[in-house]
Design a protein around this ligand. Structure first.
Ligand SMILES: [Zn+2]
Length: 455
Protein backbone atom coordinates (compact mmCIF):
# COMPACT_ATOMS: atom_id res chain seq x y z
CA UNK A 1 0.00 0.00 0.00
CA UNK A 2 1.49 3.38 -0.95
CA UNK A 3 1.71 6.22 1.57
CA UNK A 4 -0.41 8.39 -0.75
CA UNK A 5 -3.31 5.96 -0.69
CA UNK A 6 -3.08 5.53 3.11
CA UNK A 7 -2.88 9.29 3.73
CA UNK A 8 -5.96 9.94 1.58
CA UNK A 9 -7.90 7.30 3.55
CA UNK A 10 -6.67 8.81 6.83
CA UNK A 11 -7.72 12.31 5.85
CA UNK A 12 -11.24 11.24 5.03
CA UNK A 13 -11.36 9.14 8.24
CA UNK A 14 -10.41 12.16 10.37
CA UNK A 15 -12.74 14.52 8.49
CA UNK A 16 -15.58 12.06 8.90
CA UNK A 17 -15.14 11.80 12.67
CA UNK A 18 -14.67 15.54 13.23
CA UNK A 19 -17.83 16.44 11.26
CA UNK A 20 -19.99 13.43 12.09
CA UNK A 21 -23.72 13.96 12.56
CA UNK A 22 -24.22 10.64 14.38
CA UNK A 23 -22.12 11.23 17.51
CA UNK A 24 -24.59 13.39 19.42
CA UNK A 25 -27.76 11.46 18.46
CA UNK A 26 -26.08 8.23 19.64
CA UNK A 27 -25.26 9.85 22.98
CA UNK A 28 -28.87 11.00 23.29
CA UNK A 29 -30.24 7.50 22.77
CA UNK A 30 -27.79 5.87 25.19
CA UNK A 31 -28.16 8.49 27.95
CA UNK A 32 -31.65 9.99 27.65
CA UNK A 33 -33.50 6.94 26.30
CA UNK A 34 -31.57 4.15 28.04
CA UNK A 35 -30.60 5.85 31.34
CA UNK A 36 -27.80 4.09 33.21
CA UNK A 37 -28.01 0.84 31.16
CA UNK A 38 -27.42 -1.18 34.34
CA UNK A 39 -26.60 -4.79 33.48
CA UNK A 40 -29.62 -7.07 33.61
CA UNK A 41 -32.12 -4.20 33.24
CA UNK A 42 -34.52 -3.38 30.39
CA UNK A 43 -32.45 -0.23 29.75
CA UNK A 44 -29.37 -2.36 29.12
CA UNK A 45 -31.23 -4.60 26.67
CA UNK A 46 -32.62 -1.60 24.79
CA UNK A 47 -29.12 -0.12 24.53
CA UNK A 48 -27.70 -3.41 23.21
CA UNK A 49 -30.35 -3.48 20.49
CA UNK A 50 -29.55 0.13 19.52
CA UNK A 51 -25.80 -0.58 19.38
CA UNK A 52 -26.29 -3.67 17.23
CA UNK A 53 -28.64 -1.82 14.90
CA UNK A 54 -26.15 1.07 14.55
CA UNK A 55 -23.25 -1.24 13.71
CA UNK A 56 -25.41 -3.00 11.14
CA UNK A 57 -26.42 0.32 9.59
CA UNK A 58 -22.76 1.34 9.39
CA UNK A 59 -22.09 -1.74 7.25
CA UNK A 60 -20.11 -3.85 9.72
CA UNK A 61 -20.16 -7.65 9.29
CA UNK A 62 -21.42 -10.40 11.60
CA UNK A 63 -23.06 -7.99 14.06
CA UNK A 64 -24.24 -10.13 16.93
CA UNK A 65 -25.31 -10.14 20.57
CA UNK A 66 -23.63 -12.64 22.86
CA UNK A 67 -25.43 -13.27 26.13
CA UNK A 68 -23.93 -14.16 29.49
CA UNK A 69 -25.57 -15.17 32.78
CA UNK A 70 -25.12 -13.17 35.97
CA UNK A 71 -26.53 -12.58 39.43
CA UNK A 72 -28.83 -9.61 38.88
CA UNK A 73 -29.30 -6.93 41.51
CA UNK A 74 -32.05 -4.36 41.85
CA UNK A 75 -31.81 -1.34 44.11
CA UNK A 76 -34.27 -0.68 46.94
CA UNK A 77 -34.29 2.11 49.53
CA UNK A 78 -31.44 2.40 52.03
CA UNK A 79 -31.44 4.04 55.44
CA UNK A 80 -28.60 4.98 57.75
CA UNK A 81 -29.08 6.34 61.24
CA UNK A 82 -25.94 7.16 63.25
CA UNK A 83 -26.29 8.16 66.91
CA UNK A 84 -29.93 8.98 66.21
CA UNK A 85 -29.32 11.17 63.13
CA UNK A 86 -30.66 10.07 59.76
CA UNK A 87 -28.04 10.43 56.99
CA UNK A 88 -28.45 10.06 53.22
CA UNK A 89 -26.98 6.87 51.75
CA UNK A 90 -27.48 4.48 48.83
CA UNK A 91 -26.97 0.72 48.54
CA UNK A 92 -23.88 -0.50 46.68
CA UNK A 93 -24.62 -3.02 43.88
CA UNK A 94 -24.34 -6.58 45.14
CA UNK A 95 -25.24 -5.61 48.69
CA UNK A 96 -27.59 -8.06 50.37
CA UNK A 97 -30.66 -6.61 52.09
CA UNK A 98 -30.15 -5.98 55.80
CA UNK A 99 -31.59 -4.50 58.96
CA UNK A 100 -28.83 -4.31 61.56
CA UNK A 101 -27.51 -2.23 64.43
CA UNK A 102 -23.78 -2.17 65.21
CA UNK A 103 -20.97 0.10 66.35
CA UNK A 104 -19.19 2.01 63.57
CA UNK A 105 -15.39 2.13 63.27
CA UNK A 106 -13.70 4.83 61.21
CA UNK A 107 -10.78 3.30 59.30
CA UNK A 108 -9.43 6.33 57.40
CA UNK A 109 -8.75 5.52 53.75
CA UNK A 110 -9.19 1.80 54.46
CA UNK A 111 -5.63 0.99 53.35
CA UNK A 112 -3.72 -2.05 54.66
CA UNK A 113 -1.94 0.13 57.24
CA UNK A 114 -5.28 1.43 58.57
CA UNK A 115 -6.57 -2.10 59.14
CA UNK A 116 -3.25 -3.21 60.63
CA UNK A 117 -3.32 -0.34 63.10
CA UNK A 118 -6.90 -1.18 64.10
CA UNK A 119 -5.95 -4.79 64.94
CA UNK A 120 -8.99 -6.78 66.18
CA UNK A 121 -11.13 -3.68 66.71
CA UNK A 122 -13.10 -3.80 63.39
CA UNK A 123 -14.54 -7.25 64.19
CA UNK A 124 -18.33 -7.12 64.54
CA UNK A 125 -18.44 -3.43 63.60
CA UNK A 126 -19.49 -1.45 60.54
CA UNK A 127 -16.40 -0.19 58.66
CA UNK A 128 -16.45 3.46 57.60
CA UNK A 129 -13.85 4.35 54.93
CA UNK A 130 -12.98 7.33 52.76
CA UNK A 131 -13.19 6.82 48.98
CA UNK A 132 -9.54 7.79 48.48
CA UNK A 133 -6.46 5.78 47.54
CA UNK A 134 -6.97 2.15 46.61
CA UNK A 135 -10.07 0.81 44.81
CA UNK A 136 -13.39 0.38 46.61
CA UNK A 137 -13.23 -3.40 46.03
CA UNK A 138 -9.88 -3.59 47.79
CA UNK A 139 -11.15 -1.67 50.83
CA UNK A 140 -14.29 -3.84 50.93
CA UNK A 141 -12.24 -7.06 50.77
CA UNK A 142 -10.17 -5.82 53.72
CA UNK A 143 -13.30 -4.99 55.73
CA UNK A 144 -14.74 -8.47 55.09
CA UNK A 145 -11.44 -10.10 56.05
CA UNK A 146 -11.32 -8.04 59.27
CA UNK A 147 -14.72 -9.45 60.31
CA UNK A 148 -16.78 -6.29 59.76
CA UNK A 149 -20.57 -6.68 59.54
CA UNK A 150 -21.19 -3.70 57.24
CA UNK A 151 -19.35 -1.25 54.98
CA UNK A 152 -19.83 2.50 54.52
CA UNK A 153 -17.90 4.06 51.65
CA UNK A 154 -17.68 7.78 50.85
CA UNK A 155 -17.27 9.81 47.70
CA UNK A 156 -13.79 11.37 47.52
CA UNK A 157 -15.17 14.68 46.19
CA UNK A 158 -17.44 17.40 47.65
CA UNK A 159 -20.82 17.85 45.96
CA UNK A 160 -23.21 16.04 48.32
CA UNK A 161 -23.27 13.03 45.99
CA UNK A 162 -23.21 9.52 47.45
CA UNK A 163 -21.21 7.13 45.22
CA UNK A 164 -22.36 3.77 43.91
CA UNK A 165 -20.10 0.92 42.77
CA UNK A 166 -20.23 -2.85 43.05
CA UNK A 167 -18.95 -4.75 46.07
CA UNK A 168 -17.98 -8.04 44.48
CA UNK A 169 -16.36 -9.48 41.40
CA UNK A 170 -18.11 -12.10 39.34
CA UNK A 171 -21.46 -10.54 40.15
CA UNK A 172 -21.79 -12.61 43.29
CA UNK A 173 -23.89 -11.31 46.16
CA UNK A 174 -21.60 -9.60 48.65
CA UNK A 175 -20.96 -11.31 52.02
CA UNK A 176 -21.80 -8.16 54.03
CA UNK A 177 -24.01 -5.15 53.22
CA UNK A 178 -22.52 -1.89 51.93
CA UNK A 179 -23.71 1.66 51.31
CA UNK A 180 -22.28 4.83 49.76
CA UNK A 181 -22.36 8.24 51.46
CA UNK A 182 -21.44 11.74 50.24
CA UNK A 183 -18.09 13.31 51.07
CA UNK A 184 -19.86 15.82 53.35
CA UNK A 185 -21.54 13.00 55.31
CA UNK A 186 -18.15 11.37 55.81
CA UNK A 187 -16.70 14.67 57.10
CA UNK A 188 -19.53 14.87 59.62
CA UNK A 189 -18.99 11.27 60.76
CA UNK A 190 -15.24 11.87 61.05
CA UNK A 191 -16.00 14.75 63.42
CA UNK A 192 -18.43 12.55 65.35
CA UNK A 193 -15.80 9.80 65.62
CA UNK A 194 -13.39 12.29 67.19
CA UNK A 195 -15.95 13.20 69.88
CA UNK A 196 -17.81 10.01 70.72
CA UNK A 197 -18.57 6.37 69.99
CA UNK A 198 -20.79 5.77 66.97
CA UNK A 199 -23.63 3.30 66.62
CA UNK A 200 -25.51 2.83 63.40
CA UNK A 201 -28.82 1.37 62.38
CA UNK A 202 -28.45 0.29 58.78
CA UNK A 203 -31.40 -0.82 56.66
CA UNK A 204 -30.94 -1.77 53.02
CA UNK A 205 -33.48 -3.25 50.65
CA UNK A 206 -32.31 -4.97 47.47
CA UNK A 207 -33.53 -7.67 45.14
CA UNK A 208 -31.24 -10.45 43.91
CA UNK A 209 -32.29 -12.46 40.85
CA UNK A 210 -30.97 -14.47 37.87
CA UNK A 211 -30.25 -12.12 34.97
CA UNK A 212 -28.72 -12.03 31.49
CA UNK A 213 -26.13 -9.58 30.18
CA UNK A 214 -25.55 -8.71 26.52
CA UNK A 215 -22.24 -8.09 24.68
CA UNK A 216 -22.50 -6.61 21.18
CA UNK A 217 -19.83 -7.63 18.66
CA UNK A 218 -19.20 -6.70 15.01
CA UNK A 219 -16.38 -7.23 12.53
CA UNK A 220 -14.60 -5.16 9.92
CA UNK A 221 -12.96 -7.68 7.60
CA UNK A 222 -10.36 -6.71 4.96
CA UNK A 223 -11.84 -7.59 1.55
CA UNK A 224 -10.70 -10.95 0.20
CA UNK A 225 -9.25 -12.08 3.55
CA UNK A 226 -11.16 -15.02 4.90
CA UNK A 227 -9.83 -15.38 8.41
CA UNK A 228 -7.81 -12.34 9.45
CA UNK A 229 -5.91 -11.59 12.64
CA UNK A 230 -7.60 -8.81 14.61
CA UNK A 231 -7.26 -5.54 16.36
CA UNK A 232 -10.04 -5.22 18.90
CA UNK A 233 -11.57 -1.86 19.76
CA UNK A 234 -13.93 -1.99 22.73
CA UNK A 235 -15.78 -0.14 25.47
CA UNK A 236 -18.34 -1.03 28.11
CA UNK A 237 -21.77 0.44 27.47
CA UNK A 238 -23.31 -0.53 30.81
CA UNK A 239 -23.40 2.07 33.56
CA UNK A 240 -24.85 2.46 37.00
CA UNK A 241 -28.54 2.70 37.78
CA UNK A 242 -28.43 6.06 39.57
CA UNK A 243 -27.36 8.26 36.62
CA UNK A 244 -26.86 8.20 32.86
CA UNK A 245 -23.36 6.72 32.82
CA UNK A 246 -22.59 9.46 30.31
CA UNK A 247 -18.88 10.02 30.81
CA UNK A 248 -18.50 6.46 32.17
CA UNK A 249 -19.09 5.11 29.61
CA UNK A 250 -21.53 6.28 26.95
CA UNK A 251 -18.54 8.37 25.82
CA UNK A 252 -16.38 5.30 25.16
CA UNK A 253 -19.31 3.43 23.60
CA UNK A 254 -19.99 6.20 21.10
CA UNK A 255 -16.26 6.56 20.40
CA UNK A 256 -16.27 2.90 19.33
CA UNK A 257 -19.45 3.32 17.25
CA UNK A 258 -18.04 6.41 15.53
CA UNK A 259 -14.68 4.76 14.89
CA UNK A 260 -16.43 1.66 13.51
CA UNK A 261 -18.44 3.75 11.07
CA UNK A 262 -15.45 5.82 9.92
CA UNK A 263 -13.08 2.84 9.71
CA UNK A 264 -15.61 0.97 7.55
CA UNK A 265 -15.48 3.98 5.19
CA UNK A 266 -11.66 3.92 5.23
CA UNK A 267 -11.52 0.17 4.47
CA UNK A 268 -13.95 0.73 1.58
CA UNK A 269 -11.93 3.60 0.13
CA UNK A 270 -8.71 1.56 0.43
CA UNK A 271 -10.43 -1.34 -1.33
CA UNK A 272 -11.49 1.00 -4.15
CA UNK A 273 -7.78 1.75 -4.65
CA UNK A 274 -6.93 -1.93 -4.62
CA UNK A 275 -5.29 -1.70 -1.16
CA UNK A 276 -5.97 -4.22 1.62
CA UNK A 277 -5.21 -3.73 5.34
CA UNK A 278 -3.32 -6.66 6.86
CA UNK A 279 -5.63 -6.93 9.90
CA UNK A 280 -9.35 -6.94 10.56
CA UNK A 281 -10.89 -4.88 13.36
CA UNK A 282 -13.36 -6.43 15.78
CA UNK A 283 -15.59 -3.99 17.67
CA UNK A 284 -16.95 -5.08 21.05
CA UNK A 285 -19.34 -3.26 23.37
CA UNK A 286 -19.34 -4.96 26.74
CA UNK A 287 -21.93 -5.08 29.47
CA UNK A 288 -21.46 -5.91 33.13
CA UNK A 289 -18.19 -3.99 33.45
CA UNK A 290 -19.48 -2.00 36.39
CA UNK A 291 -20.20 -5.13 38.42
CA UNK A 292 -16.87 -6.84 37.75
CA UNK A 293 -16.00 -6.81 34.02
CA UNK A 294 -18.44 -9.67 33.48
CA UNK A 295 -19.01 -9.25 29.73
CA UNK A 296 -15.38 -9.02 28.70
CA UNK A 297 -14.25 -11.84 30.99
CA UNK A 298 -17.07 -14.03 29.67
CA UNK A 299 -15.91 -13.29 26.12
CA UNK A 300 -12.25 -14.00 26.96
CA UNK A 301 -13.25 -17.31 28.58
CA UNK A 302 -15.64 -18.49 25.86
CA UNK A 303 -13.40 -17.41 22.95
CA UNK A 304 -10.12 -18.56 24.51
CA UNK A 305 -9.09 -20.40 21.34
CA UNK A 306 -9.30 -17.19 19.27
CA UNK A 307 -7.34 -14.89 21.57
CA UNK A 308 -4.03 -15.72 19.88
CA UNK A 309 -5.43 -13.96 16.81
CA UNK A 310 -6.15 -10.70 18.65
CA UNK A 311 -3.01 -8.59 18.31
CA UNK A 312 -4.13 -5.66 20.46
CA UNK A 313 -7.15 -4.71 22.59
CA UNK A 314 -7.85 -0.96 22.52
CA UNK A 315 -10.30 -0.25 25.36
CA UNK A 316 -12.00 3.16 25.63
CA UNK A 317 -13.18 3.77 29.18
CA UNK A 318 -14.12 7.42 29.90
CA UNK A 319 -13.16 9.50 26.87
CA UNK A 320 -15.69 12.30 27.43
CA UNK A 321 -13.55 14.50 29.70
CA UNK A 322 -11.72 17.47 28.15
CA UNK A 323 -8.27 16.76 29.62
CA UNK A 324 -5.25 14.81 28.47
CA UNK A 325 -5.80 11.47 26.75
CA UNK A 326 -4.05 8.75 28.73
CA UNK A 327 -3.08 5.44 27.15
CA UNK A 328 -2.12 2.78 29.66
CA UNK A 329 -0.53 -0.11 27.77
CA UNK A 330 -0.33 -3.55 29.40
CA UNK A 331 1.55 -6.35 27.71
CA UNK A 332 4.87 -7.97 26.87
CA UNK A 333 7.45 -6.14 24.70
CA UNK A 334 5.32 -3.00 24.23
CA UNK A 335 8.06 -0.33 24.03
CA UNK A 336 7.73 0.04 20.26
CA UNK A 337 3.96 0.34 20.56
CA UNK A 338 4.24 3.08 23.18
CA UNK A 339 6.76 4.96 21.00
CA UNK A 340 4.38 4.58 18.06
CA UNK A 341 1.49 6.19 19.98
CA UNK A 342 3.73 9.05 21.11
CA UNK A 343 4.86 9.73 17.58
CA UNK A 344 1.32 9.64 16.26
CA UNK A 345 0.21 12.03 19.03
CA UNK A 346 2.99 14.44 18.04
CA UNK A 347 1.69 14.26 14.51
CA UNK A 348 -1.74 15.38 15.75
CA UNK A 349 -0.15 18.11 17.94
CA UNK A 350 -2.16 16.19 20.49
CA UNK A 351 -1.60 16.06 24.22
CA UNK A 352 -1.33 12.45 25.40
CA UNK A 353 0.31 10.59 28.21
CA UNK A 354 1.29 7.05 27.62
CA UNK A 355 3.09 4.39 29.54
CA UNK A 356 3.46 0.65 29.93
CA UNK A 357 4.66 0.43 33.48
CA UNK A 358 1.32 0.63 35.27
CA UNK A 359 -1.08 -2.32 35.49
CA UNK A 360 -4.71 -1.17 35.46
CA UNK A 361 -6.85 -4.10 36.70
CA UNK A 362 -10.23 -2.29 36.67
CA UNK A 363 -11.53 -2.16 33.14
CA UNK A 364 -12.22 -4.57 30.28
CA UNK A 365 -8.76 -4.59 28.68
CA UNK A 366 -7.63 -6.42 31.81
CA UNK A 367 -9.84 -9.45 30.99
CA UNK A 368 -7.61 -9.88 27.93
CA UNK A 369 -4.34 -8.93 29.55
CA UNK A 370 -4.93 -11.75 32.06
CA UNK A 371 -4.77 -14.08 29.03
CA UNK A 372 -1.55 -12.49 27.75
CA UNK A 373 -3.13 -10.36 25.01
CA UNK A 374 -1.52 -6.90 24.59
CA UNK A 375 -4.19 -4.53 25.88
CA UNK A 376 -4.50 -0.84 26.59
CA UNK A 377 -6.96 1.48 28.27
CA UNK A 378 -7.63 4.92 26.80
CA UNK A 379 -9.20 7.53 29.05
CA UNK A 380 -9.35 11.29 29.47
CA UNK A 381 -9.10 13.32 32.65
CA UNK A 382 -10.28 16.68 33.96
CA UNK A 383 -13.66 18.19 33.29
CA UNK A 384 -16.87 18.93 35.14
CA UNK A 385 -17.81 15.36 36.00
CA UNK A 386 -18.10 15.01 39.78
CA UNK A 387 -17.11 11.37 39.62
CA UNK A 388 -18.09 8.51 37.38
CA UNK A 389 -20.26 6.58 39.83
CA UNK A 390 -22.53 9.35 41.12
CA UNK A 391 -25.87 10.96 40.23
CA UNK A 392 -23.73 13.62 38.53
CA UNK A 393 -22.49 11.48 35.62
CA UNK A 394 -24.94 12.96 33.13
CA UNK A 395 -24.80 13.92 29.45
CA UNK A 396 -24.23 17.63 30.12
CA UNK A 397 -20.75 16.67 31.45
CA UNK A 398 -19.59 15.11 28.19
CA UNK A 399 -17.17 17.29 26.23
CA UNK A 400 -18.06 16.48 22.63
CA UNK A 401 -15.03 18.21 21.14
CA UNK A 402 -12.66 16.17 23.31
CA UNK A 403 -14.58 13.02 22.44
CA UNK A 404 -14.16 13.66 18.74
CA UNK A 405 -10.43 14.26 19.21
CA UNK A 406 -9.95 11.06 21.22
CA UNK A 407 -12.04 9.06 18.73
CA UNK A 408 -10.08 10.48 15.77
CA UNK A 409 -6.80 9.60 17.45
CA UNK A 410 -7.91 6.04 18.24
CA UNK A 411 -9.38 5.40 14.78
CA UNK A 412 -6.29 6.70 13.01
CA UNK A 413 -3.98 4.66 15.24
CA UNK A 414 -6.01 1.52 14.52
CA UNK A 415 -6.13 2.17 10.77
CA UNK A 416 -2.35 2.57 10.64
CA UNK A 417 -1.74 -0.51 12.77
CA UNK A 418 -4.15 -2.50 10.59
CA UNK A 419 -2.23 -1.47 7.48
CA UNK A 420 1.22 -1.81 9.05
CA UNK A 421 1.27 -3.98 12.21
CA UNK A 422 5.04 -3.57 12.73
CA UNK A 423 4.80 -1.61 16.05
CA UNK A 424 2.67 -4.35 17.63
CA UNK A 425 4.31 -6.79 20.06
CA UNK A 426 5.64 -9.86 18.26
CA UNK A 427 3.91 -12.23 20.67
CA UNK A 428 1.49 -12.46 23.58
CA UNK A 429 2.75 -12.68 27.15
CA UNK A 430 2.91 -16.16 28.66
CA UNK A 431 0.86 -16.98 31.77
CA UNK A 432 4.11 -16.92 33.78
CA UNK A 433 5.00 -13.46 32.48
CA UNK A 434 1.56 -12.11 33.32
CA UNK A 435 1.73 -13.57 36.84
CA UNK A 436 5.18 -12.11 37.30
CA UNK A 437 4.00 -8.61 36.35
CA UNK A 438 0.96 -8.85 38.61
CA UNK A 439 3.07 -10.06 41.54
CA UNK A 440 5.50 -7.17 41.10
CA UNK A 441 2.59 -4.73 40.92
CA UNK A 442 1.33 -6.12 44.25
CA UNK A 443 -1.96 -7.51 42.90
CA UNK A 444 -1.58 -11.23 43.61
CA UNK A 445 -3.39 -11.34 46.98
CA UNK A 446 -6.14 -9.04 45.82
CA UNK A 447 -6.85 -10.96 42.59
CA UNK A 448 -6.86 -14.22 44.53
CA UNK A 449 -9.28 -12.76 47.07
CA UNK A 450 -11.55 -11.66 44.20
CA UNK A 451 -11.37 -15.05 42.48
CA UNK A 452 -9.65 -13.54 39.45
CA UNK A 453 -6.29 -15.32 39.78
CA UNK A 454 -7.02 -18.11 37.31
CA UNK A 455 -3.71 -19.42 36.05
ZN1 LIG B 1 -15.98 2.69 33.00
Amino acid sequence: MTQTILHAAERSLLGDIMTSQTLWPSLLVLCDDCNGRFVGSDDEQRAAAFIQQSLEQYGLSNTRIEEFPLHGWRRGPANLIVNGHELACIGLPGTPPCDLSAPVIFLGDGEPADFEKAGEAPKGKIALVRGKGSHRLEKFARAVKAGCVGFIFSSPEPGALPPTGSLEFGGNPAPIPGVGIAYETLCRLERTAARSQMTAHLQVQAELFDATGHNVIADLIPPGVESPDWLMMCAHYDGHDIAQGAVDNASGTVAVLEAARALKGAYDSLAAQGATPALGIRFALWSGEEVGMLGSSHYAATHAGELERIKLVFNCDIVGNPGTLFLGVNGYDTDRLVAYFRELAGDHLFDIQTGNSMVIPYSDHFSFYLKGVPALMASTGGGKSPGPHTHGDTLDKVDVRAMRAATAFAARALLRLACDPAPLPARHATAEEVQDVLRKAGYEDLLKAQGRWKF
